[in-house]
Ligand binder design. Structure first.
Ligand code: HEC
Ligand code: HEC
Length: 237
């Protein structure tokens, strides 16, 4: 039996119910579930990724100043969710929006393909970090805030949980995370997880900086990293 129509009907109903309160953080269905079911082809993904590389860089490392996030190392499920949300205008990203549209890169299969390509990229060994080094009171305070408020979803070392669409946050650039965290706290990132919003409601700006400083300094497992910060993606020779 083909469960697809049933699945779509259920997803649609769930989406409508949640849409009553605002946009759903993860309404599922539609393009997201289609892309999640498609098997991605990394070779076709490279063609798509050429568009992305203009901003996210050929290595997928984004920029240390946080203008563009690092994509390398992020879970496939999370990348697909974010791409589908951006295309559905469930997450505002005016800079990227025109480049992410089906007219410029293709349908759900293109999302699966580009993500299959991104998955193979090693991460930046020197992500952008906050100002407080290990041993400073602010670092320690951030570490405590992380243990009390973040570990249950993002994990002990910030690896996230792909099956629940919880992003990996270790290795990400400080300034990008700070911006996202503030938007999530203040309700400006519409696809944010409502439980995270609740969890961080009471965070002051200083708390926010301290916890993100800590996250930006969590060591990334070595085998996820490129051999050096000078590594260049050979597919872009
Ligand atoms: C014109 C520049 C630009 C292009 C081209 C672009 N992006 Fe982006 N992308 C951005 C910016 C800026 C952000 C962060 C927006 C924000 O701060 O909310 C972003 C965010 C993302 C995110 C969310 C990351 C996260 O951690 O949640 C994903 C996934 C992403 N881009 C994938 C892609 C892919 C795949 C392509 C190519 C098809 C692409 N982008 C092309 C500028 C661009
Ligand atoms: C209830 C689970 C939960 C808790 C608790 C939580 N988060 Fe999140 N977080 C999420 C989810 C889910 C997302 C992605 C939301 C989406 O799909 O847009 C996210 C997104 C983020 C992002 C943006 C990542 C990106 O790539 O754009 C940052 C940074 C972040 N969380 C940091 C934290 C920190 C720091 C804490 C603790 C102070 C925390 N989160 C607590 C679930 C949680």
């Amino acid at each position: 039996m083909n469960y697809e129509p049933l699945f779509k009907a259920v997803a649609l109903t769930a989406g409508l119910v949640l849409a009553g309160s605002a946009w759903a953080w993860n309404e599922g269905g539609g393009e997201q579930s289609e892309a999640l079911h498609d098997v991605g082809n990394p070779e076709d993904g490279l063609d798509v990724f050429e568009v992305c590389s203009a901003c996210h860089m050929p290595e997928g490392w984004g920029t240390e100043d946080g203008t563009f996030p690092q994509l390398a190392g992020q879970h496939a499920q999370v990348l697909i969710k974010q791409l589908a949300d951006i295309r559905a205008k469930n997450r505002d990203n005016p800079t990227m929006y025109p480049f992410a549209l089906p007219e410029s890169i293709g349908d759900a299969q293109a999302l699966a393909d580009v993500v299959a390509y991104i998955e193979k990229l090693p991460m930046h060994p020197e992500n952008g970090k906050g100002e407080w080094k290990k041993g400073t009171p602010e670092f320690e305070q951030g570490k405590n805030l992380f243990a009390d408020n973040c570990v249950k979803c993002h994990g002990e070392i910030g690896l996230g949980m792909p099956e629940k669409f919880y992003p990996r946050i270790n290795g990400q650039h400080y300034k990008y995370m700070l911006r996202q965290f503030e938007w999530i706290r203040d309700g400006r990132r519409r696809n944010a997880n409502p439980d995270m919003v609740k969890q961080i409601q009471g965070f002051s700006d200083k708390d926010m900086k301290m916890v993100i400083n800590y996250v930006s300094r969590i060591p990334v497992p070595k085998d996820n990293l490129a051999p050096s910060a000078d590594w260049l993606n050979p597919d872009f020779d």
